[in-house]
Each structure stands twice: as structure tokens, then as C-alpha cells.
Design a binder for this molecule. Structure first.
Ligand code: TMP
Length: 220
């Protein structure tokens, strides 16, 4: 059966939920996010898509600073705090109001990215990222984090454009990013769903859809 046509209950599962799509650069998460957003809208669910860093006027300015290859001297703690600053603005300006009116919020990256990039790959302790994160988001953690898992060689082969400052980091950094995501999922299997993102986009979406139904239905 085609996933979009599953006898689902998207319109009972998604309203008021906060779901994050995350994973290494080149994992295909943004394409999958747009697809799920369309499926949700087709099911008449008010859907708010946000991306990190960015998603607000202030956040987009922070994004430019973070990703500019000219800022090569940026230290990891500065990086971590800028991602969190962008996030704090996004949560208060867009995410919380949307959830309060019962919308479905779908985020392209969230604290799971900071844990993987600045934490596991960058060396900042998990408890420090979590402590700053809790302040940044005011305690509103996502209901589910979907991780699109891909190895760096496959991911890199999908990127044809010029690489930003984060993407330019070496293969070992990206290997630790991937491991960081998988560690998070192992530590918190109820809140994380890992999907193999090396297969074709149709099969990835099927896995996302089935996995989300299982997780969200179990909790509602
Ligand atoms: P994007 O390419 O998915 O828009 O993400 C921008 C880059 O920023 C990407 O390389 C991942 C990185 N990033 C972090 O290092 N930490 C974070 O907290 C976030 C949200 C993104």
C-alpha cells in the first residue's frame, strides 16, 4: 500500500506535536521534511516548517555568521552558543505559538544537531550542551526526533554545491557527527527513530511514515 494512502490517522496524530528531522549533512532530511509537510497539509493539519539555524529574521542573520567559510577562527563554544541563540529566538517566536494553537511543528534540525556536531564531534560535554539547551528552549523538548542515517562518503557524493563552513570540516569530524546521532538514539530509543537514508527516497519515506505512526500512536 502506498504510504501516503495508508489508512492513517495523521490528523489525529500530528496536531500539537513537535517533530524534528535531523542527521548528517547530505542525509536527505530536508527533502523528506518537505514531503511529510505536504502529506500533513493534505490531511488538513496546520503545519509549520522551521529550519535551524535560522527560521526567524534574527536567526537567519546568526546563520550567516555560523556558516560563512570566512569565519574559520570560530571556536566551538562560540558556535554552540550561536546555534542556541538562534534556537531560543525560534522557539519563542515561532514554535511555542504554533504548538499552543494546536499546529504540527516540523523542524529541520534542533538540539540533536548541537549534541552531534558541537558535542560528539566538537568535544563539548553532553551535560553542558543539555544545560544550555534547556535554557534556550525553556524545557519544550521535541516529541520525536527522526535521524536520517548516512555514512559520510555517500552523503558527500550527494553534495554538488559549494560546501559551507561546517560541511568543510574533515571526514573524521563527520564520522563523529554520525556516531553522535546514533549514540543519542541508543540512549533514548523512545524519543528517537533512526531511518536508513542510503536507500532511495521512496523507501526512506515509507520507513519514516511507518516508524512515526508506531511511535506516536503508542503515546497517544
Ligand atoms: P543545514 O545545512 O542542515 O541547514 O545546517 C547547517 C549546518 O549547521 C550543518 O552543517 C549542521 C550545522 N549545525 C551544527 O553544527 N549545530 C547545530 O546545532 C545546528 C542546528 C546545525
Amino acid at each position: 500500500m502506498k504510504v501516503d494512502a495508508m489508512p492513517t490517522t495523521w490528523n489525529s496524530l500530528l496536531p500539537g506535536k513537535f517533530i524534528v528531522f535531523d542527521g548528517p549533512d547530505g542525509s536527505g532530511k530536508s527533502t523528506q521534511l518537505r514531503r511529510l509537510a505536504q502529506v500533513a497539509r493534505d490531511a488538513r493539519v496546520e503545519t509549520v516548517e522551521v529550519r535551524e539555524p535560522g527560521g526567524t529574521s534574527i536567526g537567519e542573520k546568526i546563520r550567516e555568521v555560523l556558516l560563512d567559510p570566512a569565519n574559520g577562527e570560530m571556536v566551538t563554544r562560540c558556535e554552540m552558543l550561536l546555534y542556541m541563540a538562534s534556537r531560543a529566538q525560534l522557539v519563542e517566536e515561532r514554535i511555542l505559538p504554533a504548538l499552543a494553537r494546536g499546529a504540527f511543528v516540523l523542524a529541520d534540525r534542533f538540539i540533536s544537531s548541537t549534541l552531534a556536531y558541537q558535542g560528539s564531534a566538537g568535544g563539548i560535554a553532553v551535560r553542558d550542551v543539555m544545560a544550555v539547551g534547556d535554557i534556550a528552549i525553556g524545557g519544550r523538548w521535541p516529541d520525536l526526533v527522526v535521524i536520517f542515517d548516512v555514512d559520510w562518503a555517500t552523503a558527500r557524493s550527494r553534495m554538488s554545491r559549494a560546501l559551507d563552513r561546517m560541511e568543510q570540516k574533515d571526514a573524521e569530524y563527520h564520522r563523529r557527527v554520525r556516531e553522535g546521532y546514533l549514540d543519542q538514539a541508543r540512549a533514548n530509543p523512545e524519543r528517537y527513530l533512526v531511518v536508513d537514508s542510503t536507500v532511495d527516497a521512496e523507501r526512506v519515506f515509507e520507513a519514516v511514515s511507518t516508524g512515526m505512526h508506531e511511535r506516536l500512536a503508542r503515546r497517544s
